[in-house]
Design a protein around this ligand. Structure first.
Ligand code: PMP
Length: 391
């Protein structure tokens, strides 16, 4: 029986890591894997997290089970950052639970909507591939619309998708730092989206995996907050894996907003039951470290300063790429206005191959580059390679 299983395709990004690792060239560049890198090419543990971890080791007196909802102190401490200081629980209408990363949160959110009777999820294309994979695994139909056209969000495609939506559909929106395009909605576009989502009666599922890495913690939450004030119900999938640098510690949260606070315990009981059936309880370490950072004013300040530095470095790389303008056959200018770790350069498959073979520069076949893989030391080499293969 097990032998009847068919071979699944290898993860393309993991295969890319292997290719990069085996390339002997000293000046090779890895723009594939989606992690932040410093100007020295490292992905260090945040100093604020290191300090919190030291405290955790010294002070944690038990590792007994916490329950399927995980560390509720962590869940609640994040809420003012996500939903705003003024009304972090929207008058008692929002409750959350800890999940294994943003992926665990998405898994739970999508399983929950399936249970609630939703059948279709509207998703912009391209998206983070796991959005579609989780929907497929749960038997949710994906309705795709074009996310971007000509370097900007394709609002006509989004309007058309929402206009043809039916009650019982959900829409999955990236809160900020769109993966893979880096093309986010402007504030004015979010104002319209909030209105359209409310009119269409689709359920918004907001994926916020990079808060603070685009324009700032508050700025990156603008769209999410606009949508939440416009609709009766919503789900928010949150990841701390980028903005606290916790990747492998799998740190995230799921929040549900109900029409009425009285509905919340029943809605969340489904999240708890699904967590129990999937992973029972989320891993503690990352969430406990984030909680300790957020409970301590000095550590919070330190974390925010570290996050500012990351964002500013990525903005500097983006500005330098944009300043190169038309490079060979492609225009790098739009990259300056895009946000987060990723942007797509419209390379042909042959050009992606040539970037690898001739220049030792590795990124996904889609042309998605991790801008944090570029440094002031290798960016000129990258721009020259782009000019060479596309010229
Ligand atoms: N959503 C998006 C858009 C992402 O890009 C990612 C991670 N790459 C996630 C969610 C999940 O993040 P995590 O590593 O916390 O599971």
């Amino acid at each position: 029986m097990l032998n009847d299983l068919t071979q699944q395709p290898a993860d393309a990004l993991l295969a890319l890591i292997k290719l990069h690792n085996t390339d002997p060239r000293a000046d090779k560049i890895d723009l594939g894997v989606g992690v932040y890198r410093t100007g020295e090419g490292d992905t260090p543990v945040f100093a604020a997290i290191k300090a919190a971890e030291a405290k955790l080791v010294a002070e944690q007196d038990s590792k007994a089970y916490l329950g399927p909802e995980g560390d509720m102190g962590f869940v609640e401490k994040l809420m003012p950052y996500i939903f705003g200081k003024d009304s972090p629980d929207m008058g008692g209408r929002i409750e959350g639970m800890q999940t294994p990363g943003g992926t665990g949160s998405l898994r739970l959110a999508l399983a929950m909507i399936k249970r609630a009777g939703y059948r279709r999820v509207i998703v912009g294309k391209p998206s983070w591939p796991n959005h579609n994979q989780i929907c497929a695994d749960l038997g949710l139909e994906v309705l795709e619309f074009n996310h971007a056209a000509g370097g900007a969000a394709d609002m006509d495609a989004l309007r058309a998708a929402l206009a043809s939506a039916m009650e019982g559909d959900a829409i999955l929106l990236h809160g900020c730092c769109h993966n893979p395009t880096g093309i986010d909605y402007t504030d004015a576009q979010w104002d319209e989206i909030a209105l359209l989502v409310a009119q269409s009666k689709v359920l918004p599922v907001l994926d916020l995996a990079y808060q603070g890495l685009g324009l700032g913690m508050e700025e990156d939450a603008y769209g999410l907050r606009r949508v939440l004030v416009a609709v009766p119900e919503a789900l928010v999938c949150y990841s701390c894996d980028k903005n606290f640098g916790l990747y492998r510690d799998r740190t995230g949260a799921l929040y549900a907003m109900a029409a009425d606070p009285a509905d919340l315990p029943r809605i969340m009981s489904n999240g708890h039951a699904l967590a129990r059936a999937n992973w029972s309880q989320p891993p503690d370490h990352g969430a406990a470290a984030v909680r300790l950072v957020l409970e301590d004013e000095a550590l919070t300040k330190q974390w925010l300063a570290e996050l500012d530095e990351m964002r500013e470095r990525m903005r500097a790389v983006r500005a330098k790429l944009a300043a190169a303008g038309r490079t060979g056959g492609v225009d790098l200018t739009p990259i300056g206005a895009q946000n987060g770790l990723f942007s797509i350069i419209p390379f042909t498959p042959e050009q992606v191959q040539e970037m690898r073979s001739r220049h030792g520069i590795y990124f996904a076949a889609s042309g998605r580059i991790n801008v944090a893989g570029l440094t002031m030391g290798n960016i000129d080499q990258f721009i020259a390679a782009v000019a060479d293969v596309t010229g």
